[in-house]
Design a protein around this ligand. Structure first.
Ligand code: ADP
Length: 196
């Protein structure tokens, strides 16, 4: 049995972060892993899209930025995440999909965790650029079309890639080959979390 059982996972508090470019499959993998571990999956992209749909103040600020493929300001993201991870369902841990995406966000998260990154597990999903473009072209989301896609990829290169160095060595950090079928990737993630 190579996979960690949810019951073993219940003993500790799991905090898992997915890094990776748009189209790498973070969301798909994060949702499946969260269901397996019985912890919430917190997707900042989904939360922002929900704020836009509900026409909240945050949604009104985020909408034009997201439409162009830019990153929403750190202070807005931080307030949103801070409130979310204080909720009761996060007590046993959580998966973050899409946060942190910038160095100030990572530093703020470290502050929220009282400076202790040792419990964190970070998965960096890696997929070749031509495959990302192919996948994004096949999705129907508004910001997956046109120049917004290129802007999102360059935001990733410039502002999120530095987080790989930031986390590597300070957390349990794993590079994961995302250019495989969904099941193979999920199997590897579970194996990486299994107690040794
Ligand atoms: P993907 O992972 O495919 O790029 P997401 O659904 O995670 O897409 O995010 C969509 C958009 O939401 C981003 O392009 C960005 O505008 C905004 N967003 C999500 N998370 C963050 C974040 N942590 N910081 C700033 N902007 C964010």
């Amino acid at each position: 049995m190579g996979d960690a059982s949810p019951h073993a996972a219940a003993q500790d508090r799991r905090r898992i972060i997915f890094l990776g470019p748009p189209g790498a499959g973070k969301g798909t993998q994060a949702v499946q892993l969260a269901a397996f571990l019985e912890i919430p999956c917190i997707s900042t992209g989904e939360m922002l899209r929900d704020a836009i749909a509900r026409r909240t103040e945050l949604g009104r600020k985020a909408e034009p930025i997201m439409a162009l493929g830019g990153l929403v300001p750190d202070d807005l993201l931080l307030a949103m995440i801070q409130e979310r991870i204080r909720e009761k369902d996060c007590q046993r841990g959580y998966i973050l999909d899409g946060f942190p995406r910038t160095l100030p966000q990572a530093q703020a998260l470290e502050g929220l965790l009282s400076g202790d990154l040792s419990e964190l597990v970070v998965f960096s999903m890696e997929v070749p650029r031509d495959e990302l473009l192919r996948r994004l072209a096949g999705r129907q989301r508004h910001d997956d079309q046109g120049p917004a896609v290129h802007r999102r990829l360059s935001e990733y290169d410039e502002r999120t890639v530095p987080l790989i160095d930031y986390f590597c060595g300070r957390t349990r950090f794993h590079r994961v080959d995302g250019h495989r079928d969904v099941e193979a990737v999920q199997h590897e993630l579970r194996s990486l979390l299994a107690p040794r």
